[in-house]
Design a protein around this ligand. Structure first.
Ligand SMILES: Cc1cc2nc3c(=O)[nH]c(=O)nc-3n(C[C@H](O)[C@H](O)[C@H](O)COP(=O)(O)OP(=O)(O)OC[C@H]3O[C@@H](n4cnc5c(N)ncnc54)[C@H](O)[C@@H]3O)c2cc1C
Length: 470
């Protein structure tokens, strides 16, 4: 019987998996494989929460494949070389995979195309990570959108693909050598955070729970970090435990049953899914954002830091800045590998506009710490906050961490949850800088800077840079 390979990359599910379904339409004998990168040392972006979630999700995928008659093969090394070897060993005629929009993934796909062509092996790559890929949502002139709102209008206007069904059976030929499934210790890492349950079933449960409850009040709750008002699906979308098609269809189905107020909420939620795809298409069309500012005006900007506080970055990472909302957010990140979106914006703006540190430092720390670290969204979020990105917050719109606290955590619920030292501090002390500049609780640091002074410095830095370039 004809055999083919399905190469799992970031699509760890057996329901509505485009390339896997296509592989099974061509034959029943499928060799599912996951290839661990053979990087000798840790990449700067590799961190325990995401790798732990990856291992757990691969374990769940392996079990799911076994339950339908298959076996997940693990290999380690350069993906193209390993696929070449596996195809030669097994006589597989075609390699199926879902496309990856990241520059690294694209690079591998280009090399894979050369190898398969040279070896006479078929290559079948599919759209799966997005509802709409990079060339689908374009302006009337066929160019790429650089601004979100018109992008999202076109995105919503396009016909949507329906999710596919679950795979019921898959036969993996016997006798194929496999390494054991990866473990966190393979990267020399140990668990550091209490991460969500990995695997396709857990992701589907999260989607179900969100759609049945929080989605109906998403618009009102999504900016309140103390409330579980968002979907917590980012790591699931990151690893393809659910597809964006499943999310879109589930939200739309409920939307039809909702009164108009409820419909606005689901629309707001789906707009966030569109942000994800907006950033993915930007990264695809402008891969240079990985190294430089999207907006050419800000390329070459100097980020001078705080001259008298050399440990400012370390204090930001550890949640010891003396700004309760910042510290709560950073501690949530290290405890769970996840941070609320509003808090991501506040902490990112604080790093760039108050500490005057390069957004790439924060981008890298987030990638290392996040269970949902997604290159496109993380880069987009950081450049948005730094004021250097596509459709970004203009540089002069600088969030004040104290006003943000008053607006989004007025009762200090989020702050107290993550900073035990502040459990018994009066609310008022969390909402404004201490008038004497001193610590507000034993064991908790005094604010390391004055926001309005640093705000003025930021405005000056940006204006000077702009003047130099014009
Ligand atoms: C500085 C910064 C860094 C970020 N880094 C990442 C990252 O590495 N990975 C990541 O998935 N998201 C990132 N985001 C976007 C956003 O914060 C998270 O997607 C969101 O908090 C995840 O929680 P949720 O699943 O409950 O989101 P929900 O509010 O339920 O949104 C649903 C889904 O939409 C997508 N989404 C939501 N908001 C955004 C957004 N602003 N940009 C792009 N996609 C979005 C996510 O896939 C999310 O799961 C970042 C934002 C900022 C400001």
């Amino acid at each position: 019987m004809k055999r083919v390979i399905h190469w799992f990359r970031r699509d760890f599910r057996i329901t509505d998996n485009t390339a896997l379904t296509a592989a099974l339409q061509s034959t029943q004998e499928v060799i599912p494989v996951y290839i661990l990168s053979d990087w000798k040392s840790l990449h700067d972006w590799t961190g325990a929460p995401r790798q732990e979630f990856l291992c757990g999700s691969l374990h769940a995928l392996s079990k799911n494949l076994e339950s339908i008659g298959g076996r997940l093969i693990f290999r380690k090394g350069d993906a193209v070389e390993e696929l070449e070897k596996l195809a030669a060993e097994t006589g597989a005629s075609t390699i199926f995979a879902n496309r990856d929009p990241d520059p690294f993934g694209r690079g591998v796909e280009t090399r894979l195309a050369v190898m398969t062509e040279a070896r006479g092996i078929g290559l079948s790559l599919h759209k799966d990570v997005c509802v709409h890929e990079r060339h689908e949502v374009l302006t009337g002139q066929g160019t790429v959108f650089r601004v979100f709102t018109p992008y999202s209008k076109v995105w919503f206007s396009l016909p949507k693909p329906s999710p596919g069904s679950s795979i019921k059976q898959l036969i993996t030929p016997p006798g194929i050598a496999s390494l054991p499934p990866p473990q966190l210790s393979d990267w020399g890492l140990v668990p550091t955070a209490s991460i969500p349950e990995p695997g396709e079933r857990a992701a589907r449960e999260r989607l179900k729970r969100f759609i049945a409850g929080p989605m109906k009040e998403y618009g009102g709750n999504r900016d309140t970090p103390s409330v579980v008002g968002t979907s917590h699906l980012s790591q699931d979308l990151r690893f393809g435990l659910i597809s964006p098609r499943q999310v879109f269809t589930a939200a739309k189905k409920v939307e039809e049953e909702l009164p108009s107020e409820g419909r606005k909420n689901s629309m707001k939620f789906l707009t966030e899914i569109v942000w994800r795809e907006f950033y993915m298409q930007l990264l695809w069309h402008y891969p240079e954002v990985m190294n430089q500012e999207f907006n050419p005006t800000w390329r070459g900007m100097k980020w001078p830091g705080l001259a008298d506080t050399p440990d400012a970055f370390e204090r930001w990472c550890r949640g010891r800045t003396g700004f309760p909302i910042i510290d709560a957010a950073m501690r949530q990140l290290s405890a769970t590998g996840w941070m609320h979106n509003r808090a991501r914006m506040i902490t990112a703006m604080f790093l760039t506009k108050d500490l005057h540190l390069d957004w790439r430092l924060g981008e890298s720390f987030f990638m290392r710490s996040l269970v949902d670290g997604e290159i496109a969204s993380n880069n987009g979020g950081w450049q948005w906050s730094a004021g250097t990105g596509a459709d970004a917050a203009p540089y002069f719109r600088i969030q004040n961490p104290w006003s943000q606290t008053k607006r989004y955590d007025p009762q200090g619920l989020y702050i107290r949850k993550w900073i035990p030292e502040l459990k018994n501090v009066a609310n008022a002390a969390l909402l404004d800088p201490p008038s004497d500049g001193q610590s507000i609780a034993p064991g908790y640091p005094a604010p390391l800077l004055d926001h309005s002074t640093e705000r003025d410095r930021t405005l000056e830095c940006f204006s000077k840079h702009k003047a130099l370039r014009t």
